[in-house]
Design a protein around this ligand. Structure first.
Ligand SMILES: Cc1cc2nc3c(=O)[nH]c(=O)nc-3n(C[C@H](O)[C@H](O)[C@H](O)COP(=O)(O)OP(=O)(O)OC[C@H]3O[C@@H](n4cnc5c(N)ncnc54)[C@H](O)[C@@H]3O)c2cc1C
Length: 283
C-alpha cells in the first residue's frame, strides 16, 4: 500500500518534500509499475506530473534547448525540433506503443537506467546534460556521467531530475536511430545505435556515434568518431573490430554477446549509411 501520495503543483514544493523524507519519484510510472509487480506503488510517492513547469521545451539565452522532466515520448514526436533530434524522435516512435509513448517520460527513461533504455544513445549523440535539483541547489551532469550502471544514477538523496539540456553544438547536423529487436515493434532492444553528423561538401565536420544495449551503459564511440572526422563520409570506416573494442555486451535471453557485437557494428554502419543517403547530408 502507498503510505503517502504527494502531487504538488510547484517544483519548490516537490523539492521541499524530497528534502523532508525519502520519496519515490513517479512520472509516467511505465517502469515503476512493472517493477512493483503489484496493483499499487509501495511506500511514499512523489508524483511530479502535476508540475506544469516541468513539461515541454524551451530555449535559454545561451541557446541551450531545455526539455522538462515530465516531457513524454509523444511530446517529443509531436514537437518541431531541429534535424539533429531526428534520432531521438525516431527512438520515441519505437518506445513501446502509443499508450507508453503518451505516458512515459524521457527523464524517467534516463533515471530508470536500463542498459536497454532507447533514449540514451540519441541523447549521447546530442551531448546532453542532465539538470538535477534539490532544495539545496542545482547541478548539471553530463549524461555519460549521470548513468553509472544498470539501475544506477548519480542522483543523490533529495535530488530529482528537472531538465535534460542539449547545448547548441549538439543541436547541429542531422541525427538518426536504429533499433534491433526480435521483432519490429514493442520489443526491448538487442542493440540500438544513434548517429548525429555535420557534413559539408561531402566531408565530415563533426560526428557523434553511440551504441546501447551492448554493455552496462550506452557508450559513445570516440575513436571511430575521430577516425571519420575530416574525411569523406564512409560507413565502412566503422569496422567490427573498432566497435568490439568500445562495447562490452553480455549473453542474455534476447541475444548472446557475439551476436550483439556483430549486429551492433552492422546496425551502426546502416545508421550512418541511411544518413549519408539523406538529402540534408548531401546538400
Ligand atoms: C509495455 C512497455 C513497453 C516499453 N517499451 C520500451 C521501449 O521500447 N524502449 C524503452 O527504452 N523503454 C521502454 N519501456 C520502459 C518505459 O516506458 C520507459 O523507460 C519510460 O520512458 C519511463 O518513463 P516513466 O515516466 O514512465 O518513468 P517512471 O516509471 O515514472 O520512473 C522510472 C524511474 O525513474 C525515476 N524517475 C522518474 N522521473 C524522475 C525524475 N524526474 N527525477 C528522478 N527520478 C525520476 C522513478 O523513481 C523510477 O525509478 C516500456 C515499458 C512498458 C511497460
Amino acid at each position: 500500500m502507498t503510505s503517502h501520495y504527494f502531487r504538488p503543483k510547484e517544483l519548490s514544493e516537490a523539492l521541499d518534500l524530497l528534502a523532508a523524507a525519502p520519496l519515490c519519484v513517479a512520472a509516467g510510472c511505465t517502469d515503476l509499475f512493472p517493477a512493483t509487480e503489484r496493483k499499487s506503488l509501495q511506500g511514499d510517492v512523489l508524483d511530479i506530473t502535476g508540475i506544469a513547469q516541468l513539461r515541454g521545451f524551451s530555449h535559454d539565452a545561451g541557446g541551450d534547448l531545455r526539455i522538462g522532466a515530465t516531457t513524454t515520448w509523444a511530446d517529443i514526436i509531436r514537437s518541431p525540433l531541429p534535424p539533429a533530434f531526428d534520432g531521438l524522435k525516431r527512438a520515441a516512435r519505437e518506445v513501446g506503443a502509443r499508450q507508453i509513448q503518451n505516458q512515459g517520460t524521457l527523464a524517467g527513461n534516463l533515471c530508470n537506467a536500463s542498459p536497454a533504455a532507447d533514449g540514451v544513445p540519441p541523447l549521447l549523440t546530442l551531448d546532453a546534460q542532465v539538470e538535477v535539483q534539490s532544495a539545496g541547489g542545482t547541478r548539471q551532469i553530463a549524461l555519460s556521467d549521470f548513468i553509472q550502471g544498470p539501475r544506477k544514477t548519480a542522483l543523490g538523496a533529495g535530488e530529482m531530475v528537472t531538465t535534460v539540456i542539449v547545448p547548441p553544438a549538439g543541436q547541429s547536423g542531422i541525427g538518426h536511430f536504429r533499433k534491433l529487436g526480435a521483432r519490429d515493434y514493442l520489443v526491448i532492444s538487442i542493440a540500438m545505435t544513434a548517429a548525429r553528423m555535420v557534413v559539408t561538401d561531402g566531408i565530415v565536420q563533426d560526428i557523434a556515434l553511440a551504441i546501447g544495449s551492448c554493455g552496462p551503459t550506452a557508450v559513445r564511440l570516440r575513436a571511430i568518431e575521430a577516425d571519420m572526422t575530416g574525411r569523406p563520409l564512409d560507413p565502412s570506416l566503422i569496422t567490427d573490430e573498432a566497435v568490439a573494442k568500445a562495447i562490452a555486451p553480455i549473453d542474455d535471453m534476447r541475444a548472446d554477446a557475439g551476436y550483439r557485437r556483430i549486429s551492433a557494428a552492422e546496425l551502426l554502419r546502416r545508421t550512418v549509411a541511411d544518413l549519408s543517403a539523406s538529402q540534408v547530408v548531401a546538400a
